[in-house]
Design a protein around this ligand. Structure first.
Ligand SMILES: C[S@@+](CC[C@H](N)C(=O)[O-])C[C@H]1O[C@@H](n2cnc3c(N)ncnc32)[C@H](O)[C@@H]1O
Length: 285
């Protein structure tokens, strides 16, 4: 997809982040931002002024770059195929890629032939997304804007909303508010794809100044309260990939194959007490 425009640096996206002391001052970038009259959002402050160095998978940050790229491509393909399947015959005219970063997913969503609206709190990411989309997919239809997830208000008319790896950066009240807005704006049958870092079953939810790593059940209850139904059980990213690329082809070997294949790796993740990505495919009822 076009040439590589930026250098990659994974260390900016650590999953095991240090917990600052409770009396730690807000980041200077956050203070600068507030001085310009913006609403305080301590999680977004951590993202707003990052430079873009390329995107690599956080969950695979120890793996070689090439492997990460392949894995993330497989996940994107699997997710988009699954959302298309869930949508059935419903026409897909508009996709909103919330917190789109530098546009990798937005460009992938364009494969559905819809207009893709991407927004992010970081102006450098949005500039990168615009440039990469214009160079990589000049025939596709995009609009990119700088906006905060907790303030964005243009959800109307979306057939698909993607909330990829971003709901960890809003607090509980803002998450409720976001889901309420989505519930109000989306028509029945619209799809919402959510991917969030969650603690695995051996860890408690973790709330700290860099993000909220809530238990899966917290999300599930919040989705249900706002009228979103699960189109399939939530899965880790590995399970989504295995299901799409392997298990469906081997279905004759029996149900539960995905769990059987991904089980050992999940167990290892749990024992190492690592967080993991959970994927939800939701439908507005
Ligand atoms: C881990 S990246 C995920 C990027 C992409 N959505 C994906 O699925 O890979 C998190 C993104 O969320 C953005 N972000 C964090 N807080 C935000 C907020 N309050 N509003 C909008 N974007 C936000 C960051 O700037 C960053 O691009």
């Amino acid at each position: 997809m076009g040439r590589r425009l930026f250098e990659t640096r994974t260390r900016d996206y650590p999953l095991r982040m240090p917990v600052p002391p409770p009396d730690a001052p807000p980041s200077p970038s956050g203070e600068q931002w507030r001085a310009h009259g913006a609403a305080p959002n301590r999680y977004a402050d951590n993202w707003r002024h990052r430079d873009y160095h390329g995107v690599r998978s956080t969950s695979l940050s120890q793996a070689p770059e090439r492997l990460q790229r392949v894995a993330v491509e497989l996940l994107r393909k699997a997710v988009i195929e699954e959302v298309r399947r869930i949508m059935g015959d419903r026409p897909i005219r508009r996709v909103i890629d919330a917190a789109c970063g530098p546009g990798d997913w937005a460009m992938a969503w364009a494969a559905l032939g819809a207009r893709v609206s991407g927004f992010d709190v970081n102006p450098a990411f949005i500039a990168a997304a615009r440039q990469r989309a214009a160079e990589g997919l000049p025939q596709a239809s995009f609009d990119f804007s700088v906006a905060d997830l907790i303030e964005y208000d243009a959800w109307d008319g979306a057939d698909i909303v993607a909330l990829g790896a971003c709901v960890m950066y809003v607090d509980d009240a803002a998450l409720e508010d976001l889901l309420a807005k989505l519930s109000h704006a989306l028509t029945p049958g619209a799809a919402v794809y959510v991917r969030a870092t969650v603690p695995n079953p051996l860890q408690p939810s973790l709330y700290h100044p860099f993000g909220c790593y809530r238990d899966r059940s917290v999300y599930q209850r919040a989705f249900e309260r706002r009228g979103f139904r699960l189109a399939r059980p939530p899965q880790t990213s590995l399970q989504v990939v295995l299901d799409a690329h392997l298990v469906r082809r081997l279905r004759s070997l029996g149900p539960g194959l995905s769990a059987a294949i991904s089980g050992p790796s999940r167990l290892l993740t749990m024992l190492r007490r690592e967080r993991e990505f959970c994927n939800w495919f939701l439908v507005r009822q």
